[in-house]
Write a protein that binds this ligand. Structure first.
Ligand code: SAM
Length: 301
């Protein structure tokens, strides 16, 4: 079926951007005393080891979280509140699950949610779904967290709108299939009709493929046609030449060979996110940027 395994990519620069943004979103959404539902349509295994064979084979965390930690002291300013928050969340998992633990989006969400909040996790890969179930079981949170071995694009709609009308949908496909790009658009359109006031966060790789190049424009169109606020942030860590991650490793995605840039698109972003990212993206690039091609963009309507 699928060959993508997030274990090869955990803690890479794209995870740094995605997970820091997720934390910024969740901090805001959990600030109000109304129950929140988080729907993670592409959950992965939930928790990773940065000393696993997969992580060592790709070495992607060397360009991500490991480089970030190594270069923190050299930043021109102290880490922004969001960057410090991201690092403190990572520290929490290192203390709780060991030095080499790295949390995926399900564990980051679970960590930030309150007792009254719910978390719905979709994962289709048989191995990662089994790992996710095992990891979630250890949390003793079966009333709060549900793992669904179902297509997250297709079946996430059953949770919308959440009873409290407060929710976040995170769409983080592997884009292993070209059709994922169109499915992101179709799912966002569908979900906005069901739950217009929800917050939506979509991660995407910035690669040469036409579907990837066109995705931000199409996402903006969907948000604009629905009359919603949106925010787009991208980060590039180096030029596209001489990819460090081998593209032919078994089990590693062919979709993102030597990924050097990625982005997050949000519909109905928290109003606090713009400032948080404005302060954080330059620091991420300062730490993770490897050459003159590195940089970031931040757009919103
Ligand atoms: N969100 C995770 C995180 O940040 O830790 C990483 C997710 S990874 C990029 C994408 C995951 O989606 C993979 O584990 C893959 O098996 C799974 N997947 C692919 N297609 C899917 C689908 N249609 N529905 C649910 N999961 C899917």
């Amino acid at each position: 079926m699928f060959s993508y395994r997030h274990a090869y990519h955990a803690g890479n620069h794209a995870d740094v951007l995605k997970h820091a943004t997720l934390i910024g979103v969740l901090r805001h959404l959990t600030d109000k005393p109304v129950p929140l539902m988080v729907v993670d349509t592409h959950a992965g295994a939930g928790l990773y080891r940065l000393d696993s064979d997969a992580a060592h084979t790709s070495g992607e965390m060397l360009e991500g979280v490991q480089r970030l930690r190594e270069r923190l002291d050299a930043l021109t300013c102290p880490p922004s509140p969001l960057l410090a928050d991201y690092l403190s969340v990572l520290d929490h998992f290192q203390k709780a699950a060991g030095e080499t633990a790295y949390p995926g989006s399900p564990f980051i969400s679970k960590h930030l949610l309150r007792d009254e909040d719910k978390l719905k996790l979709f994962e289709l890969h048989p191995t990662d779904a089994r790992l996710l179930e095992q990891h979630v079981k250890q949390l003793n949170a079966h009333r709060q967290v549900a793992v669904l071995r179902e297509d997250g694009f297709e079946h996430s709609k059953k949770f919308l709108p959440p009873p409290s009308r407060r929710g976040l949908v995170l769409m983080d496909p592997s884009y292993e299939l070209k059709t994922d790009y169109a499915r992101v658009i179709d799912t966002l359109k569908d979900h906005l009709k069901r739950f217009a006031t929800g917050t939506y966060m979509i991660w995407f790789p910035v690669i040469a493929r036409p579907e990837s190049q066109d995705l931000p424009r199409r996402l903006k169109n969907v948000a604009q046609q629905a009359g919603k606020d949106w925010l787009l942030a991208t980060m590039r860590v180096r030029s596209g030449q001489a990819p460090r991650a081998a593209a032919t490793v078994p089990g590693q995605s062919q979709a993102r060979p030597g990924l050097v840039a990625s982005g997050v698109f949000l519909v109905n972003p928290p109003y606090t996110l713009k400032t948080a990212l404005k302060d954080t993206l330059p620091q991420m690039v300062e730490a993770l940027g490897q050459d003159k091609q590195s940089g970031f963009s931040l757009e919103h309507n």
